[in-house]
Design a protein. Sequence first.
Length: 276
Amino acid sequence: MSEAIIVANRTGGQGKTVAAQLMIWGMEVGGLEPRRIAIDSIGEGSKSKFGKFCKRVREIRVSPDEKSLRSDSKAMLAHWDAVGKELLNGGAVIDVGANVIDSIFAWAAARNAGSVLAQRKAPPVTLVVPTQAQAQALEDALHLLERSISEGGNLQIPRRVLLLNEAFGGFDTYGTNEDFTRLQRMKEEHGLRIGRLRKCTSALWPFIERLYLNMADVAEMDPSDMEKKFGLNPFEAAGAQVDFLQWALESLRMLNSLGLTPDNPRDQGGDVSLPA
C-alpha cells in the first residue's frame, strides 16, 4: 500500500471510524500492513474514537479552528506539519475527526503543500467521505467533495469515494434533484465512486459500539465466548455471529469493488467465515 486514505466529513457520527476499521481489516486480510492515524481535536492523553477501536494508532491532536490557521500563526502551522509528514510517507488510513478536515485544507493552502508533495513524489491521497441520510450531513459531504476538487491540488487528491451509510436509514427517497445533479457531475467529470454501506443488524453491534470492540477481533470470537461476554444464550450467539459475518463480508467486498482494499485470495465468494 502506498497511498494515504483520508476518511472525513465535517459532520460527526457519519461512520468514519467504521469505514476506517473496515478498510484496515480488508487491507490486512489482503496482506498489507497500513499505518493507522487519527487527526482529531482531543485533549492531551486522550484517545480518539479510532484509537479506542484499534491498536497502534498514532494520535495527532490539533485545533479544529480553521481561522487560527488563517491568522498566520507560525506555531499552529508548524503543529499541522505533522499531517504533511504523514502524507509524504503514505501507506496509511487516516481517520479525521469532525470539523477538522477544513483546517487540513487551510493548512495545505498556507504551506503550498501540493508542490511539496509533488516534488517529493509523495503517494497519492484518496478521500473517502461517509455520510448518513441526514440533510446537513449529505450537504457537508457534497461540499467537502467539491472542495477536494477545487483545492485538491494542495493535497494531491486524484481519487474520491462517497460512502452512503445506511445505519439509520436508506437514501432511496433522500436528497434533492440538485444533490443528485452535483453527484452525477462529480462522477462524470471527476471519477467519483459511490458505495453503499448497509446497516449491521447483528445483535453484536450494540456491544461492539459500546465496548469499543475491534471488528476483526469480534469475527474471531467463538459463540461460546459471545455467550459469556455479552450474556447471550447459545442460539442468540450463533445467530448474531452469522449476521455479523455476513454484514462484514458484504462490506469488505463493497470496499474492494471501490478499489479501497486489495483482493483477498481466500475469499471464495460464498463463505460466511472471514479469515483473520
